[in-house]
Design a protein around this ligand. Structure first.
Ligand SMILES: [Zn+2]
Length: 230
């Protein structure tokens, strides 16, 4: 247990046993073992070689999600969903929201990560266009499903590359400067500067670290804006 002393209403560790880097390295180690997928708090604690408890990570970074975000593991489900299931979820969100879902709507209401939709249809807009046409009776449901997978598949940014990007950006959002290390609930994503839909690739120069809020809020002049926080 870390010894804390209270200073001005906030607790500051007087002797942190593990540095932030040590904790993040431990998470990276485990991520490597499991192929870079998301893993749970309990699963980490079951790892016999774990150099520290998951609770240490939680106390330091505020949430498990935030800690995983710092090592480039996003909270999205790595699982691949069948197109029919994604379409049903998209329609459910449409009904719940009472309007055609945007990327932001999906982030808020979908039980399935936005990337799962993008992986099948390329962009949320493209899927929205197709579903809108289906709802107007212009195309069949089968046609919407058939269009899945035809889009240029978004190639996942490899885990190692994501780590390098987040490290290069100093573990903070390059747009607003927020970091999971200093603020609860901040989750870091690796974002394409030039969107995949516009031909952007997964090279490090085309990637940047954004918090989930900035990542969702982009869309206006999203290309090439490098509002890097000093
Ligand atoms: Zn941000």
């Amino acid at each position: 247990m870390r010894v804390s002393k209270k200073v001005g209403g906030r607790r500051f560790p007087s002797k942190p046993r593990y540095s932030d880097d040590t904790l993040l390295d431990g998470l990276r180690d485990y991520a490597r073992r499991v192929g870079g997928r998301r893993f749970t708090y309990d699963e980490f604690d079951r790892w016999e070689m774990a150099p520290f408890c998951a609770s240490t990570v939680l106390m330091r970074f505020g949430s498990w999600r935030a800690a995983l975000g710092m090592v480039g593991i996003e909270s999205g489900q790595p699982k691949e969903y069948p197109a029919a299931e994604l379409l049903e979820e998209f329609e459910r969100v449409w009904t719940d929201a009472g309007k055609r879902p945007t990327t932001r709507t999906l982030h808020r209401l979908s039980r399935i990560s936005v990337n799962a939709f993008r992986n099948k249809w390329g962009t949320v807009k493209r899927l929205g266009d197709l579903v809108a046409r289906y709802r107007r009776g212009e195309i069949s449901r089968a046609a919407v499903l058939k269009a899945a997978g035809k889009a240029k598949r978004r190639k996942e940014v490899p885990l190692g590359v994501r780590w390098r990007v987040i490290e290069r950006d100093g573990y903070r959002c390059v747009a607003c400067g927020r970091s999971p290390a200093t603020e609860r609930g901040v989750e870091l994503h690796v974002d394409h500067v030039r969107a995949v839909a516009r031909g952007g690739g997964n090279e490090i120069a085309n990637l940047r670290t954004l918090c989930s809020a900035c990542n969702m809020g982009r869309g206006t002049g999203g290309t090439g804006v490098r509002a890097r926080a000093a």
